[in-house]
Design a protein. Structure first.
Length: 292
């Protein structure tokens, strides 16, 4: 049942980039409404799961993590516009590598030997995804899209680390996710002030896709993943998480007719291989005093 729950969550989030493309709204608009529409559902789920008293500090940290998430979502949506749903999702999963590096900088968690091998390999794959200026590379601006996607991955890694610190008890996942989503709503609204394309107008079918994004990916998908993945072995977790970009590429090919170049396909293979190794072996080691 745990694997089925995890698989359901991964399939759910694999449609996130597809819904963003189909909505066809400004990046900040998509970030704002996907989190705003998720709030009522998360409030109901949190109430039904029972009240859990969480320290104010943890709630504020989760809220702050959500504001970082708003930045990440806006950047990621921009990357989707520039390089397509499939490749942008592959780039987003590079956060597995960045989490280790950010943890090194912020929390003094020592990078493992694996990190020094995996990072250059993944970066080489990322360069291949950009198309290296070739004419058959897919995307409106694949080079810029790759750069924006990388920055989004770094911001997402920072969000994950701060969110992890805000949920040390690892209890009911809905409550911290609710706090983070509230922070993302505020963050997205602030970013929207600087986005000329940001709009509060509700139109159809754009907001139908945004509502599907909020329910399927933003809420249910991540709740299922938060419940199931911690109960699985590291190898299973890493392999299952790689299903997300793989499935997104399939959906993008079928639903959006995205056609990658040979070089970009090779880059996808290199990046996903590196991410798998990073997920299984880890990119940080415990600090010496913790190890002792």
């Amino acid at each position: 049942m745990t694997r089925i729950t995890a698989l359901a969550g991964i399939v759910g989030i694999s449609f996130a980039a597809i819904f963003v493309e189909l909505a066809d709204v400004a990046p900040a608009t998509a970030a704002f409404f996907r989190t705003l529409y998720a709030l009522p559902l998360l409030i109901v789920i949190t109430r039904l799961s029972g009240r859990a008293v969480r320290p104010r500090r943890e709630r504020l940290m989760a809220f702050g993590a959500g504001m970082l998430l708003a930045v990440d979502l806006t950047l990621w949506h921009t990357a989707i516009d520039l390089i397509g749903a499939g490749l942008a999702t592959v780039l987003a999963n590079v956060q597995v590598v960045w989490v280790g590096l950010v943890a090194w900088l912020l929390f003094s968690e020592r990078p493992s030997r694996v990190a020094f091998v995996v990072v250059p390999v993944v970066l080489a794959g990322v360069a291949m995804i950009s198309g290296l200026g070739q004419e058959d590379a897919f995307g409106e601006d694949p080079v810029l899209g790759t750069i924006v996607g990388l920055i989004a991955g770094i911001v997402y890694a920072s969000f994950l680390l701060l969110f992890r610190q805000s949920n040390r008890a690892r209890g009911r996942p809905a409550a911290p996710l609710l706090d983070a989503t509230a922070g993302a709503v505020l963050g997205s609204a602030i970013i929207g002030l600087f986005d000329a394309g940001f709009s509060l107008e509700v139109t159809w079918p754009a907001h139908g896709w945004l509502l599907a994004l909020a329910v399927v990916a933003q809420t249910l998908g991540w709740l299922f993943i938060s419940v199931a993945l911690p109960r699985l072995a590291a190898l299973e977790t890493s392999v299952m998480l790689l299903l997300q970009p793989a499935l997104t590429i399939v959906w993008a090919r079928i639903l959006l007719t995205e056609t990658l170049s040979v070089l970009q396909w090779a880059g996808v293979a290199v990046v996903m291989g590196g991410v798998l190794v990073a997920g299984v072996r880890g990119t940080v080691s415990a600090p010496a005093e913790q190890a002792a």
